[in-house]
Design a protein around this ligand. Sequence first.
Ligand code: NAP
Length: 372
Amino acid sequence: MSLPTTQKKYTLESAATPERPKAFKITYHSSAPFPTLPTPTSVLVNVKALALSARDLQIVKGEYPAPHAVHPGTVPVGSGAGEIVAVGPEVKGYTVGDRVILMGMPGHHFQPDLPQSSLERSRGGGTDGTAQEYIPMEYEDLLLAPSHLDWIELAGLCGSSVTSWVHLWGHQPLLPGSTVLCLGTGGVSMYAAQFALVSGSSVIITSSSDEKLAKVKKILEKLLIPGSSKDAIRTINYNTTPEWDVEVRKMTGGRGVDNVIEVGGWGTCAKSVRSVRKGGIVGVSGYLSTYHEVPMELKMEDLSKLILYSAANVRGIFVGNRTQAEQMLRFVDRAGLRPVVSEVYDFADLPKAYEAMEKASHIGKVVVRVSA
Ligand SMILES: NC(=O)c1ccc[n+]([C@@H]2O[C@H](COP(=O)([O-])OP(=O)(O)OC[C@H]3O[C@@H](n4cnc5c(N)ncnc54)[C@H](OP(=O)(O)O)[C@@H]3O)[C@@H](O)[C@H]2O)c1
């Protein structure tokens, strides 16, 4: 296979203002230099598709509180999937033509918690990401892709999905018959809802939009085990039912849910703790409400008392390691699961994909085709 001599890519260039000193604009390059293999253990991947996450948008807006610098010239976007087109002489277990998913945190292979060195090299921020046609990677930072999924579906299958896996099975494994509360209809929550349903649990999904809830219900109903209870998928509009924690308690006969996928942060955390059963888990992986007006009464909540009296297990969740990603992929493969992708853009329209993330018009993932 003959490889080109240049490639298309985007980079992050400073768009700092006094109000937003860390903001970036994304700049397109039509004939950037073609990458070489930096080490004998690296491979070159032709990126077929990438998926945006909330973090990618936060980086561009200069709102990502990463404990490392994001330097101008870095290629954006953390997730993607592609085909291996060249392998170094010391690469083991991978060959040209393999379909692979790219790990977003290089070197996070088995440690239970994310090492600082991996965080500092996080793809699309600490180190170059997937908004380029060809990316060199260490072979140990690749995962073989399940064969039943196309490039669009594979693009977002690392990152949010591993986080969802860790939410449900990383610390206190989810028992079948449990109830999981998924906040919103974004990437992390949709993967968690799919994983929970397929493994025999029920879900309660919240959203700001009845239209999204109706769509989500239709997508998820296909995953129900035949004969499942009608209550296996329940929904709450958190705008029209601002006391959604009270509603969750009602729905669970006063007991509370077993596990909360807490991605809202300040605006939702107290309600999530109120929604969980005694000894249940509130996994905190996001803080989306930080970017909206949070009512004063929520800011003033005494979380420590709430946590104490609910005996909730509140745990920060920061992605997952390679071993957990492999477990998750085996599950996706066995169950024939298909990631929820609601919007797909061409590479030339990457800025439009960012706009879609900002409007939060999507359900599940926003994906961009990179190479044919
Ligand atoms: N810790 C980790 O390892 C990890 C990994 C991935 C992502 N994250 C974080 O987790 C969060 C979710 O990421 P994502 O990629 O799933 O984001 P996303 O796809 O951008 O999710 C957006 C959706 O979240 C929902 N949402 C926003 N504010 C909400 C609120 N106050 N209450 C309930 N739902 C709300 C909205 O759903 P509706 O439109 O339906 O209302 C929105 O469409 C982000 O903060 C991200 O940074 C963390």
